[in-house]
Ligand binder design. Structure first.
Ligand code: B3K
Ligand code: ZN
Length: 849
């Protein structure tokens, strides 16, 4: 395991590797405890690189032998790699190492999951497979031979010879080692094929464990849609004869874009109507697309170093959100993305873990696969596209692919293609990559003699390591409405570059109502205290779906803040206005379902903290419950009609239309449960023929306290299905009351099906607890203690998943001194553990500093 070695790596220290790697040949002789890996690698000195020792990364490897040009050598071996004297010219490096995949519980490098061999190399896992210059700017052509009794043996690229006990693969596209993959096991495939627009025949497969064949159709359909979309929208074609996807049960994240051999967490690929919710189907479609799109944005054009991670991740997230918008409702996707950004990225940007989209230093790169790099990184690309326009964006992307194919690039390269295409100077825009923190935007307005002026002020609060912030380029999409509700100025993008800047609109007969930051055109906090009347007006009339939703969210938030801080009653006038929107059958049911929800409790805590009020999780819980009760009472007459409208009679399809109806039905059922105590939920639970309906009903029954029987029925029905059981673990914590959440989570860790080595199960249970805001933040600190106990245990097994889950403590300074003291004590207890991983050490230190 990686011990804590607090060594910091800096962007400014980048130095190219001293050799080019002309070819790589690897032979694997598979055995669970003693796999032998033989490498034959041809190196040629790179005259452009500075002189340096020949150093290859390698961790947890047993070196059996090494040779240079066929002559045995004895390199100097350290825990990080080896150093060796080599000739001045080209040479052949050979090494044989031994590794133990069955004992590899960190799930990085070569490991085993349910008897299947699989790999995860990004970011720095290849060095746990063999000695190699394990850095993304070293690209080479790989040929792989796998020897073992497993019936299926896969690697990157196109298949070569295969026979009794062996299979060979050759990947003609030069790639960095982080894209290497190997899978071997007793697998079955769901086959299909795709013909690219230039006529290349591509064999497609989804490989799964026997028994899961029936859950591959949706993933395959999503893959084919992604391949077509990337050809049509970005002009990108697939470039190998075969594309393989493998489902793996034990996996640290969602999926991995290895060249020609994507490895997926089974939760991100397996689906069936009976076992998967609509949200699961949509997530699978998006992740399949994301990994497939990486083939161009990530694989063909990769990153020079890990500081440039957003180059591939921000762009690929942006591309997958465009894809989902095209497959489903663009408006609903935008609202969902902003909900997610505010829930995950804003707390990061506003807390101790804040870092720029392109960080400038790190200790453990795995800790920087963050919402800032991914989601804010995608927002930055969205802003760039808004500023230059769709046509220039398309041209810039064409230039990017033409100019940089086969290269390992930087953010400078990326921005340069936009500068060259448009003639713009993007030096100020570049601050989005280097400046951390969320800008706050204030607005003042004035109207006189037909002229309307909007004056904006931007300010970014200090973040760790960055006390002074410079103004950012902000594309602010604005529309103006007449007092009668008509749109008088359609959406216009104002380009703000100064700390304070005014924009004028002429020829307006009356003072308009502004709709600001339409479509959430920049990832900022809009500090605008408009009147409830104006918000209600926008809720009723705005033509921009996002801002209509936003007006409602602002009203909900202000109402809840008044309930929490002043003991106010729910705002009945707002509920009546909202009822009209929810009842409007002309509107998309998915949009109406979103309108029925409120801000999350964690978001309310963030809002209160931002206003200098210490959030009390219990009070937030109570206010949220009171508001839901009020909605149920106030809308009681409408609910049966909505339930009828939401009913789906056609055979199940995970498409946006049916999913939207079921989302509306779910929102209705949860309110109905507050009226009938769970009668309708019980009926739905019994009749449900798909997981969305069954799980929604079960969640309502648990929150109504009528759960014992239903949870038992569900468990008996689904005990053989790991992915469904993850839902069972998570749901009973999520839907319970704050006083029971910790005990439930604790009891579930003693359930025979709890397995800390499986990241999905660990996240469902302990992550489930952390997501129950009031339950986790229970006043006596029991939630913090239970989580810290498990993080300490897990760190010895799987540092990456542990470090990721530590982030639930990142908001600790929002809370009262007692809670802060309790959390601090837990963080210090974790930090003091002997042998704590480098991953967790870095996270805990940053949160405590
Ligand atoms: N590139 C991988 C993530 C790797 C995470 C390494 N800790 C999946 C993705 O973003 O598509
Ligand atoms: Zn990605």
């Amino acid at each position: 395991m990686k011990e804590a070695t607090p060594q910091t790596i800096y962007l400014k220290d980048y130095t190219p590797f001293g050799w080019q790697v002309d070819s790589v040949h690897l032979t694997f002789k598979l055995a669970p405890e003693a796999t032998r890996v033989t490498s034959r690698i041809r190196f040629t000195p790179d005259p452009a690189a500075p002189a340096q020792d020949f150093f290859l990364h390698g961790e947890e490897l047993t070196l059996i032998r090494a040779a240079v040009d066929g002559v045995a050598v004895t390199p100097e071996v350290t825990p990080e790699g080896l150093r060796c004297a080599v000739p001045d010219g080209p040479f052949l490096w050979e090494a044989e190492v031994e590794i133990a995949p069955a004992s590899n519980t960190a799930l990085e490098g070569l490991y085993m999951s349910n008897g299947m061999y699989c790999t995860q190399c990004e970011a720095e896992g290849f060095r746990k497979i063999t000695y190699y210059p394990d850095r993304p700017d070293v690209m080479s052509v790989f040929t792989v031979r796998i020897e073992g009794a497993e019936p299926v043996k896969l690697s990157n690229g196109n298949p070569g010879a295969s026979g009794d006990g062996f299979a060979e693969w050759h990947d003609p596209w030069p790639k960095p080692a982080y894209l290497f993959a190997l899978v071997a096991g007793d697998l079955v495939n769901h086959p299909d094929s795709f013909t690219t627009r230039s006529g290349r025949q591509v064999e497609l497969n989804i490989w799964v464990r026997p028994g899961d064949e029936g859950k591959c159709a949706w993933g395959m359909e999503s893959l084919k849609k992604s391949m077509t979309w990337d050809e049509e929208v970005y002009g990108r074609e697939y470039d190998l004869d075969i594309f393989n996807i493998v489902a793996v049960d034990d996996f640290n994240m969602g999926a991995m874009e290895n060249k020609g051999l994507n490895v997926f967490n089974s939760s991100a690929v397996l689906a069936s109507p009976e076992t998967s919710t609509d949200a699961n189907f949509e997530r699978i479609e998006a992740i399949i697309a994301h990994e497939y799109f990486h083939n161009w944005t990530g694989n063909r054009i990769t990153c020079r170093d890990w500081f440039q991670l957003c180059l591939k991740e921000g762009l690929t997230v942006f591309r997958d959100s465009q894809f989902t918008s095209d497959m489903r409702s663009a408006e609903v996707k935008r609202i969902s993305d902003v909900i997610d950004l505010r829930a995950r990225q804003f707390p990061e940007d506003q807390g101790p873990l804040s870092h720029p989209v392109r960080p400038e230093s790190f200790q453990e790169i795995n800790n920087f696969y963050t919402a800032t790099v991914y989601e804010k990184g995608a927002e930055v690309i969205g802003m760039l596209k808004r500023l230059v326009g769709d046509e220039a964006y398309a041209k810039a992307l064409d230039l990017y692919f033409a100019r940089h194919d086969g290269q390992a690039c930087t953010i400078e390269d990326w921005l340069k293609v936009f500068e060259d295409t448009t003639g713009r100077d993007l030096s100020q825009f570049k601050r989005w990559y280097s400046q951390s923190g969320t800008p706050h935007l204030k607005v003042a307005e004035s109207y006189a003699d037909g002229t309307y002026t909007l004056t904006f002020t931007q300010h970014t609060p200090p973040t760790p390591g960055q006390s002074d912030k410079a103004p950012q380029v902000l594309p602010i999409a604005v529309g103006l409405l007449n007092p009668n509700g008509d749109e008088v100025v359609p959406t216009t993008v104002l380009e703000m570059t100064e700390a304070e800047q005014s924009f004028t609109f002429e020829g307006l007969a009356a003072k308009p109502v502004p709709s600001i930051l339409r479509g959430f055109s920049a990832p900022v906090v809009l500090d605008r205290s408009s009147s409830p009347e104006e918000r209600a007006f926008l809720l009723a009339h705005d033509t921009d779906a996002f801002n209509r939703w936003e007006a409602n969210r602002d009203l909900a938030r202000e109402g809840l803040v008044a309930m929490i801080t002043e003991g106010a009653a729910p705002d009945e006038a707002w509920l009546d206005g909202l009822q009209k929107v929810i009842a409007d059958e002309a509107l998309d049911p998915a949009f109406r379902a979103l309108m029925m929800g409120g801000p999350s409790q964690s978001e309310l805590a963030q809002v209160l903290h931002g206003r200098g009020i210490t959030p009390d999780p219990e009070a937030i819980w109570t206010a949220s419950e009171t508001l839901r009760d009020a909605k149920a009472r106030r809308w009681a007459g409408l609910l049966p009609r909505l339930a009828d409208e939401a009913a789906v009679t056609a055979p199940f399809s995970p498409d946006a239309e049916q999913a939207g109806k079921r989302a509306l039905g779910g929102a209705v059922l949860s309110l109905q449960t507050r009226i009938d105590g769970g009668a309708a939920a019980e009926a739905q639970f019994k009749a449900a023929d798909n997981m969305t309906l069954q799980l929604t009903a079960l969640s309502c029954l648990v929150s109504a306290g009528r759960d014992e029987a239903a949870l038992g029925v569900f468990e008996r029905q689904w005990s053989g299905d790991r992915l469904v059981m993850d839902k069972w673990f998570a749901l009973q914590i999520a839907a319970t009351t704050p006083d029971k959440a910790v005990e439930r989570a604790e009891a579930l860790t003693r359930h025979p099906a709890f397995d800390m080595k499986n990241p999905n199960r660990f996240r469902a249970t302990l992550g489930g607890l952390a997501m129950h805001h009031a339950g986790f933040h229970r006043r006596d600190g029991a939630g913090y203690r239970l989580l810290a106990d498990w993080l300490i245990r897990l760190d010895a097994v799987n540092p990456q998943t542990t470090a990721r889950m530590c982030t639930v403590f990142q908001t600790w300074k929002r809370y009262d001194p007692d809670r802060q003291a309790l959390i601090r004590a837990e963080l210090e207890r974790i930090a003091a553990r002997p042998g704590l991983s480098r991953d967790v050490t870095e996270m805990v230190t940053r949160m405590l500093s």
